[in-house]
Design a protein around this ligand. Structure first.
Ligand code: LLP
Length: 428
């Protein structure tokens, strides 16, 4: 469900025509729907209401302060993975007690900053990190709450670059080592091992990996308690997939049906770290066609968004629906199934201006005929779009706007050429 709809042949975000936004703010432009963000957060809040989870929006998904503020206002906490994300969560108004901190390479300086901010839970990924956390906490005279992140060693379930719970990845503690590592800190007065954490990968389109991960937790948690750890938190991470193509995603309720009974049985409180489920379908990337051309028997649509704006297609071979913002009335309506044969369309590669053959938003995609100046919408771009954007080819990063009902607000201005060199120190 989202709030991007065609009305009178123009794509609207909530009640605002996307063409009007492109005119006002230029392209490439990220457009987010506030109602969609809130709707998806509430889907999770409702589905898991029985166990009153701490929902921590995963800042890496889309850390724009405007979005973080919407999350905060509607009761979400935050999952952060760096001092920078902690800074964003705090600026958005979150108290430390609603922030959890993951990541394999937290520095002492980051641990210190997070302890001073009163972060609720450190998702610890290695034995060395656990001892470093204890040492920093001791120096500061505080007690750190840790969740041991376990790699439950499950079968592959998503793209190799985003699967975090198969053997041989850098994340978490190998499942066979968790108890040994935990034993080493039983009597450390600066550390409380309060939780077990697992983030299984992203995006996950089946409940099965959660079922398998929970089965591992049901063995580990009693064993950790038997060692004397006050273990009362289960953090199941993020990973809930979304509909990029059609109806491939599971609902929040389907995930809850698997997770909630296990949480009750274990007598734990639940933390969740959803990102994509909340922001993915709440955002689109709007771009403008610059040229069309043919080469080697193929047709190319060259538009002004590139791999530096949205790297997912080239990095993960990800599929994003694309359709004109204002298709002429004789053009076909946006299809239910973007991978079907769509009458009145032709197969094109949608590419950007960056100097790499890997710079594309879609390959061999059926689109209505397009001409210079036409606007395109690339859908499901709210998660891992802008947050993974770069200045490659010295391209200023896009602007971001949030729509709410009939109003819109710029939440990140377009970068300028001066911004591109603003950190450099040899300006002559
Ligand atoms: N918690 C932890 C510890 C994570 O590492 C992640 C994502 C999340 C939560 C949120 O996962 P989500 O609910 O969004 O699936 N750039 C890739 C995705 C990388 C995910 C990294 N970790 C992509 O564009 O598909």
């Amino acid at each position: 469900m989202d709030h991007f709809h065609y009305r009178d042949h123009v794509l609207h975000c909530e009640d605002v025509p996307v063409s009007e936004l492109a005119r006002a703010y230029g392209t490439p432009l990220y457009v987010y729907s506030e109602a969609t963000l809130v709707h998806h957060l509430q889907r999770i809040q409702t589905a898991f209401a029985d166990v009153q989870p701490l929902i921590c929006y995963s800042v890496k998904t889309n850390g724009n302060l405007g979005i973080c503020k919407v999350m905060c206002k509607h009761g979400s906490g935050f999952d952060v993975t760096s001092a920078g994300e902690l800074y964003r969560a705090t600026l958005a108004g979150s108290p430390g007690r609603k922030i959890v901190f993951a990541g394999v390479g937290k520095t002492d300086a980051e641990l210190e900053r997070a302890l001073l901010a009163g972060v609720y839970l450190f998702n610890v990924e290695s034995e060395e990190e656990l001892h470093a956390l204890g040492a920093v906490a001791k120096r500061l005279g505080v007690v750190a709450r840790a969740a041991l992140r376990v790699n439950p060693d499950l079968p592959p379930k998503t793209h190799a670059k985003t699967d975090t719970s198969v053997k041989g990845v850098k994340f978490g503690l190998d499942i066979e080592t968790v108890l040994d590592v935990a034993k080493g800190v039983v009597s450390n007065p600066s550390l409380q091992v309060r939780g077990l954490h697992m983030h299984l990968g992203s995006p996950i389109l089946s409940v099965e990996p959660y079922r398998q991960g929970l089965a591992r937790a049901e063995v580990l948690i009693p064993a950790l308690r038997a060692q004397g750890h006050p273990l009362d938190i289960l953090n199941m991470g993020g990973g809930f997939g979304i509909n990029y193509r059609k109806n491939e995603a599971r609902t929040a309720q389907e995930f809850a049906d698997v997770i909630v009974p296990a949480v009750k049985k274990l007598g734990c409180s639940l933390v969740l770290e959803p990102g994509r489920f909340i922001a993915g379908n709440a955002g689109i990337l709007v771009s403008r066609v610059i040229y069309g051309k043919e080469s080697g028997g193929k047709k190319f649509v060259i538009q002004d968004a590139a791999m530096n704006d949205l790297i997912r297609p080239t990095l993960y071979d990800s599929f994003h629906r694309i359709w004109p913002v204002a298709p002429a009335s004789h053009m076909p309506a946006p299809p239910e199934d973007f991978e079907s044969e769509i009458p009145g369309t032709e197969a094109v590669d949608v590419v950007g201006p960056v100097c790499e053959s890997g710079d594309f938003l879609a390959k061999n995609r059926r689109l209505p005929p397009l001409t210079r100046g036409d606007l395109l919408a690339t859908f499901s771009a709210g998660a891992y779009g802008m947050s993974m954007a770069s200045n490659y080819n010295s391209r200023p990063r896009a602007a971001e706007v949030i729509v709410s009902g009939g109003t819109h607000r710029l939440v990140r201005r377009r970068e300028t050429l001066e911004d591109l060199v603003s950190c450099e120190r040899d300006l002559g």
